[in-house]
Design a protein around this ligand. Sequence first.
Ligand code: G3P
Length: 228
Amino acid sequence: MELFLDSANIDHIREIASYGIITGVTTNPSLLAKEDPSVDVRDRILEIHQLVGGHCSVEVVSTDAEGMVREAEEILSWFPEATIKIPMIPEGLKATRELARQNVPVNMTLIFSPTQALAAHNAGARYISIFLGRLDDIANDGLRVLADVCEIWDVQGLDSFILAASLRHPMHIVEAARLGANIATVPYAVLKKALHHPLTDAGLEKFLADYHRLQAEIQQRQQESVTT
Ligand code: G3P
């Protein structure tokens, strides 16, 4: 399963990209709104693209198909490898169909049910973003929906990519991988938690302490052999 970072924060993206574990970044208007407003959205997106190089999803804000396609064209004029993020509404389906016809990759977002996922696939979306955390937030089971979608994709042999989004904790990553999602897009804080293990820290501390103790002993023996 590929990992994307779900962020528009340049420091976070730079740090995680330097680990060599992500193949893309997903952004959305809310993530962009958390960042410094003195930086133009286009410039921020281009910086993100330069830092990571792989997948970069940029979301439209129009709610009519024509406006979405126009925005997509503008984003593609910034960099032609962009993936256009389109919301799962009827106008979004129309826009997706048109962009797919032009071979533009679409990440259909705000998907909360298998029927929405199927519609997104049929309209031609390349990425099907299933929102786990927001379903959990309203006492629904995000992973159940993801499991259904993965099973349907398997049975039907569908080739669009299932993208687990709106992740809240490391177990969402584990379960998304177990269920067969192609990609998980992970917020910075969740990814940091997922990489950390106290036994790794304790183990490294002991290895280093033992190494330094051994070095000290070797040095001491060498000094003793010089003085005798
Ligand atoms: O980028 C879309 C999605 O991952 C948003 O997540 O945490 O706002 O529900 P969240």
